[in-house]
Design a protein around this ligand. Structure first.
Ligand SMILES: Nc1nc2c(ncn2[C@@H]2O[C@H](COP(=O)(O)OP(=O)(O)OP(=O)(O)O)[C@@H](O)[C@H]2O)c(=O)[nH]1
Ligand SMILES: [Mg+2]
Length: 424
C-alpha cells in the first residue's frame, strides 16, 4: 500500500511525512535505504491486538510461560516482527508514504512538474491532501467559524486537485474512446469494463474499482448504451467516478493548533477530514526517540521520562504540548493514516505462519510477518502475496485459530492467522 501526500506549498506535507516515517529509523532496520528521497515507510498500529496476546494466554494457561511482569519492556508481547514492532500487543505494520511535491494547477497540461507529478501519484492507492487549516481565514484574516463558510473555503482549497486528477483521467479515457468503447456492441457492458480495466491497470485499477465506478455512473446516467457517441460531459463524468475509485482523497486540516475553534466535527460529515498537528507529532516522536518522553503515535498524552534531566525551558515546552495534545485529542496524524489504510481502503492485517500450533515460521520465530491485505482476501491470493511459489504450489490452508483445513477460496479476515500448505 502506498499513500501519497499532496497539497500546496508550505502546508506541512514534509513535516507530516517526516513525523510519520521517523519510526523507521529506530523501530526497525527496514530494508528500504535506496528508495527515492520522497518515499518512506510509515508504521501504523494494526486495529486489533497482535495475536501474540492470545498465544501468550494459551502458553501461560498451559504453564509453559510465566505471566508478564510489570517491568517487561515489551509489555507482554512475545512475537518477533521481522519489520515494525510490537509492544503491549500493539503491532505496527508498514505502509509506504510518498511526499509528492509540486502540486500546481495545470499539471495535466504539463505545467509545473506536470507528468512527473502525476506519475508519482499514479502509484498511490490513496491520497491525503494536506491543507493549511490556519490559512482558512476570511478576507480580513479572521479564522472562519461558520460551518458552511469552512466548507466552502475547503472546497476551494481542494477542488483544484480533484479537477487536475479528473482531467488527467479524462485525457486517458478520451484517447481512443470511441473505438475502445465500441467493444460494448459486441460484448455488452462487460466489454466496457474490460476496456476500462485494461486502460487503467497502469494506475493500479482492479476490476472491482472499475465495476464500482460503473455502478455509481449508472446511478447517475442510467444504462451504458452507445458509449461511443456520448457527449464530452458524460465521458468526463465517468472520469470523475473512476478517479474517486483510484484515488480516494482524505483531507488533513493541518496546523489545526493555529485554527482553534474551527467546528471540524460538524464539517466532517463523510469522515474524510481530519484535523492534524504535524509539527507536534514530529516533535513528540523525536522527543520519544531521544528518550525524553514516552509517546506512542495516536495517544493524547505522553509521559516525561526523567524530569530532573530537563531544563526549565524544556519542561515548559513539554507542558504546553501536553495541554494542546489533550485539548485536541491527539495530533491526528496516526489516526488519519489508520483511517485511510484500514477504513477507506478496507485493508486488514493477516499473519501467515508455517506452524499452525505454535504460530511460528520455519525458523521458529513467533508471528514474524504481518501482511496488510484487502479484507476478505482468499487464502490462495494471500499465498501469492507471501511468495509466488507459495501461490503456484498452493494445496490447502489451515486456520490457525479453529485449526480447520480450508481451501483456496477461504476468506481471511482481520487478524487471521493462516498456515499455507504448498508443493515445493
Ligand atoms: N503551526 C503549525 N505549523 C506547522 C504544522 N505542520 C507544519 N508546520 C510548519 O509549516 C511550515 C511548512 O512545512 P513543510 O512541511 O515544509 O511544508 P510542505 O508542504 O512540505 O512545503 P513545500 O515542500 O514547500 O511544498 C514549516 O514551518 C512547518 O514547521 C502544524 O501542525 N502546525
Ligand atoms: Mg516539502
Amino acid at each position: 500500500m502506498r499513500i501519497g501526500l499532496v497539497g500546496k506549498p508550505n502546508v506541512g506535507k514534509s513535516t507530516f511525512f517526516s513525523a510519520a516515517t521517523l519510526a523507521k529509523v529506530d523501530i526497525a532496520n527496514y530494508p528500504f535505504c535506496t528508495i527515492d528521497a520522497n518515499v518512506g515507510v510509515a508504521f501504523i498500529a494494526a486495529p486489533k491486538p497482535c495475536p501474540c496476546k492470545e498465544l501468550r494466554k494459551r502458553l501461560e494457561s498451559d504453564g509453559r510461560l510465566e505471566p508478564v511482569t510489570l517491568d517487561d519492556p515489551r509489555g507482554g508481547s512475545i512475537c518477533e516482527p521481522r519489520t515494525g514492532s510490537c509492544i503491549g500487543y500493539v503491532r505496527l505494520v508498514p505502509t509506504f508514504l510518498v511526499d509528492v511535491a509540486g502540486l500546481v494547477p495545470g499539471a495535466a497540461e504539463g505545467r509545473g512538474r506536470g507528468n512527473a507529478f502525476l506519475s508519482d501519484l499514479a502509484n498511490c492507492d490513496a491520497l491525503i491532501q494536506v491543507v493549511d487549516a490556519a490559512g482558512l481565514t476570511d478576507i480580513e484574516g479572521n479564522p472562519i467559524a461558520a460551518v458552511e463558510d469552512v466548507e466552502s473555503a475547503l472546497k476551494e482549497e481542494t477542488s483544484f486537485l480533484t479537477e487536475e486528477l479528473d482531467s488527467w483521467i479524462y485525457g486517458i479515457l478520451d484517447d481512443g474512446w470511441s473505438r475502445g468503447s465500441r467493444r460494448v456492441q459486441a460484448e455488452g457492458d462487460k466489454g466496457l469494463s474490460t476496456f476500462l480495466h485494461e486502460r487503467f491497470t497502469g494506475l493500479g485499477a482492479s476490476l472491482s474499482h472499475i465495476l464500482q465506478a460503473l455502478d455509481e455512473f449508472r446511478n447517475k446516467w442510467g444504462d451504458l448504451d452507445t458509449p461511443w457517441i456520448w457527449q464530452e460531459d458524460k465521458v468526463r463524468s465517468l472520469a470523475f467516478y473512476i478517479r474517486r475509485q483510484l484515488f480516494p482523497i482524505h483531507i488533513a486540516a493541518n496546523k489545526a493548533d493555529s485554527a482553534k475553534g474551527t467546528p471540524w466535527e460538524a464539517i466532517d460529515a463523510n469522515g474524510i477530514i481530519q484535523p492534524t498537528m504535524a509539527d507536534m507529532e514530529l516533535a513528540l516522536r523525536r522527543a520519544d526517540s531521544a528518550k525524553m518522553i514516552s509517546y506512542s503515535p495516536g495517544d493524547d498524552s505522553f509521559k516525561t521520562i526523567d524530569e530532573s534531566r530537563l531544563n526549565p525551558a524544556q519542561l515548559n515546552a513539554l507542558s504546553g504540548m501536553k495541554q494542546k495534545l489533550s485539548d485536541a485529542n491527539g495530533t491526528g496524524v496516526a489516526e488519519l493514516l489508520c483511517k485511510v489504510l484500514f477504513t477507506a481502503l478496507d485493508h486488514v492485517v493477516v499473519y501467515p505462519v508455517a506452524d499452525e500450533n505454535g504460530w511460528k515460521d520455519g525458523e521458529g520465530r513467533i508471528l514474524p510477518d504481518a501482511f496488510v491485505v484487502p479484507n476478505n482476501i482468499e487464502t490462495k491470493q494471500l499465498a501469492y502475496k507471501v511468495h509466488t511459489d507459495l501461490g503456484d504450489g498452493f494445496i490447502k490452508a489451515v486456520d490457525g485459530r479453529s485449526r480447520r483445513v480450508v481451501g483456496a477460496d477461504y476468506e481471511c479476515v482481520d487478524n487471521s492467522v493462516i498456515k499455507i500448505h504448498a508443493k515445493n
